[in-house]
Design a protein around this ligand. Structure first.
Ligand code: LP5
Length: 243
């Protein structure tokens, strides 16, 4: 019995090896797992559930197979795939999680986040995020033709890369006070998130008690996953992504 966590795969047509690595992961490591949690940025850019890209259809089939065999699959939005909706989630057999999701991990309460909301010092991003998550803006955007949405996503990526080159490493990492605040607010001693691409296990003290923040890794060179077992053991793993 095991529960697995992954995030920041950034699946994209120019990197087919990522999709192959995920297919192998689903068939081998995730087969028979109690649950698989995908904590956002599964896709490099998700422009709407009506996207006709064949890779998305193939992935839906593979996720659905895992779900049909009894592994519960949960998805939390990232800053690249916040437009992923119920239609695609249902095709995959996965349940959408809220932005801050508390779960019962074999008797221990854990908080799951994508991780971008922890970067509160990145004020330009926070302002952009408020606009991108506005439901009225999203509705209007999703009514636009697919090609137009693709172009907007590409343009946003370019602007984000240019902005990132001018930001310090500290600004793009989590704000420690925000980590403490959100963990204390949820009364948890375990936080699991992605987004920063800085995989690590950070011991903490929250409300005077030992706690931990686990950061999942992105699937750039290695595939990363966290495995949780019923006895409370947690292990952060990685393996090279083969061509
Ligand atoms: O993505 P990552 O990790 O490299 O950088 C993030 C923050 N950037 C983003 C933007 C995304 O990369 C854009 C991709 C979106 C794909 C899906 C789009 C679907 C909708 C559109 C098409 C249908 O999230 C980055 C953070 C970084 O994480 C670390 O936390 O710093 O934030 C920024 O770079 C934001 C900039 O600082 C400020 C904004 C510049 C762009 C302004 C464009 C305004 C146009 C608004 C139109 C809505």
């Amino acid at each position: 019995m095991t529960t697995l966590f992954i995030s920041d795969l950034h699946l994209q047509p120019s990197r087919p090896e990522l999709s192959r690595a995920l297919s192998r992961f689903l068939a081998d490591k995730a087969a028979g797992a109690d649950a698989l949690y995908i904590l956002g940025d599964l896709f490099e850019a998700w422009i709407g559930d009506d996207d006709d890209a064949p890779a998305a259809a193939e992935l839906a089939t593979r996720l659905r197979q895992l779900s049909d065999r009894g592994t519960r699959i949960f998805f939390q939005h990232g800053n690249r795939d916040f437009l992923l909706g119920n239609a695609y989630a249902e095709r995959c057999g996965m349940t959408l999680l809220p932005e801050e999701a508390e779960i019962d991990l074999y008797g221990r309460r854990a908080l799951l986040l994508h991780g971008d909301t922890l970067c509160t010092e990145d004020r330009d991003y926070m302002a952009l995020r408020a606009q991108l998550r506005n439901p009225a803006w999203q509705q209007a955007l999703l009514a636009r033709p697919l090609d137009e949405r693709r172009q907007l996503a590409a343009s946003l990526r370019e602007q984000s890369k240019a902005a990132g080159a001018m930001k310090s490493e500290e600004i793009m990492d989590v704000t420690p006070a925000e980590v403490e605040r959100v963990m204390a607010a949820h009364g948890v001693d375990l936080l699991i998130h992605g987004h920063t691409h800085r995989p690590a296990r950070h011991p903490l003290v929250i409300d005077g008690k030992p706690a931990e923040r686990i950061v999942l890794g992105d699937w750039g060179l290695d595939l990363w996953w966290l495995a949780a077992r019923p006895n409370g053991a947690l292990a952060l793993h990685h393996e090279p992504i083969s061509a």
